[in-house]
Design a protein around this ligand. Sequence first.
Ligand code: C5P
Length: 221
Amino acid sequence: SAEQQLNNIKITITAGPTREAIDPVRYISNHSSGKMGFALAAAAVAMGADVTLISGPVQLATPIGVKRIDVTTAQQMHDAALAQATQSDIFIGCAAVADYRVAEVAGEKMKKKADSALELKLVQNPDIIASVAALTAKRPFTVGFAAETQNLLQYAKDKLARKKLDLICANDVSGTALGFNSDHNAVTLVWQHGEQALAPQPKAELAKAILQHIYAQFSAN
Ligand code: C5P
């Protein structure tokens, strides 16, 4: 049945932010709530899939039936994602991965110095989804997200090509009613030979619609 159309399909999903330490008490992160990734995981299980959810630090309960792997940093998420990806049919990168981490994490709490600015040196984190899409053996059908505040479709298409993804979910985060931290979202799906706008709706319903389109493209590949 349509309800169980993901039977025997293994899906790995990344969700939430990553957190990059500055010192033992401070970190760099972002506003990702993890809600979209968790909604995708719950919907995928309801559709019969075998789901592994790799989550950064979020305040969300694990959907029933989902295998959850908790990580903190981008490097940890990268290692967990690559290990799962080669055992998956479909990989969905929904996490808001920090692009940079602090070059040298201080071992002790940093002290404020009177009247002086502080410079932090940042180095780039690995691009997790690009690493998954670059796999030559056991490469899963690879789906990314592009959260943008401007030039949404153009940036999404650039990312689809640059990261060699099979499909990308373009997500306008310029407003406050949709996207980050909201329970509603709207996305436009873009793949090499087509695109499909999905109307604004609760993340739970949107997740199901996204998965149906992903499955259609996965099956057509
Ligand atoms: O380039 P940008 O961060 O906007 O790309 C977003 C997409 O790339 C999302 O699917 C996100 O999960 C993924 N990503 C990643 N590793 C990074 C940065 C982004 O997997 N270091």
